[in-house]
Design a protein around this ligand. Structure first.
Ligand code: ADP
Ligand code: AMP
Length: 220
């Protein structure tokens, strides 16, 4: 399956992607995680991306699309992928369509995670991620690690993302509404969007998402 996850920052895309990717046996491709890996390795791409990320802005399309394309062309993604955080505006969605069309492929679904803004703000305020791999995500109260400050998965140090500060979050939410939300209508026009509420326990949201993706009518 080729799936796009969409929803505001803090909706739980990364958290759900980890379970969905495992259940569906497809790789979880997060452009945010790819940028953060480049930042830790201090690559040129990482240095460029960091200035945009710290300001809560989108990294320019040209570099983002090239990075996403490169990742989607790796051998583990030939039979499908779960995109998290890409596409993030209509030009990226168009570029993705072009890429898939060139390979005679298409998307199967766009899963839209709905969470009210006050809940998103609480989720982001308590989010802690792992220094070794930003796909290892916790929350100080909602998804607390067994030992405070230590990743359950790999023992790495947990920290708060620089762009999870209150001011940057406000900017990221504005960017989501103005630039990313329009892709929902873009994909609705293709009949691809399934929307679920991402409120409630992580495992219940995963259950709803799986049902919605299988199209058995249990999604909302
Ligand atoms: P996104 O990838 O959409 O930005 P994350 O997956 O990083 O969001 O989740 C944001 C924060 O919310 C994390 O701290 C995560 O542990 C927490 N979280 C995710 N899903 C839930 C949920 N269903 N209930 C409560 N907290 C959640
Ligand atoms: P995320 O981890 O998805 O919350 O992304 C963190 C930050 O990385 C975003 O605020 C952007 O600055 C950048 N980013 C991630 N994905 C994209 C994308 N598809 N296009 C542009 N910038 C992105």
């Amino acid at each position: 399956m080729r799936i796009v996850l969409v929803g505001p920052p803090g909706a739980g895309k990364g958290t759900q992607a980890a379970f969905l990717a495992k259940n569906l046996s497809i790789p979880h491709i997060s452009t945010g995680d790819l940028f953060r890996a480049n930042i830790s390795k201090q690559t040129d791409l990482g240095k460029l991306a960091k200035s945009y990320m710290d300001a809560g802005n989108l990294v320019p399309d040209e570099v983002t699309i090239a990075m996403a394309k490169d990742r989607m062309e790796q051998s583990d993604a030939v039979n499908g992928f779960l995109l998290d955080g890409f596409p993030r505006n209509v030009s990226q969605a168009e570029a993705l369509d072009e890429m898939l069309k060139a390979e005679s492929m298409k998307l199967d679904a766009v899963l839209d995670l709905e969470v009210p803004e006050d809940e998103v703000v609480k989720r982001i305020a308590g989010r802690r991620i792992c220094r070794n791999d930003s796909a290892h995500v916790f929350h100080v109260t909602y998804q607390a690690p067994k030992a405070a400050g230590v990743c359950d998965t790999c023992g790495g140090e947990l920290y708060q993302r620089d762009d999870d500060s209150e001011e940057t979050v406000r900017k990221r939410l504005e960017v989501y509404h103005t630039q990313t939300e329009p892709i929902i209508d873009y994909y609705k026009a293709q009949g691809l969007v399934v929307t679920i509420s991402a409120l409630g326990k992580v495992e219940d949201v995963t259950g709803k998402a799986m049902a919605a993706l299988k199209g058995d009518g249990e999604g909302e």
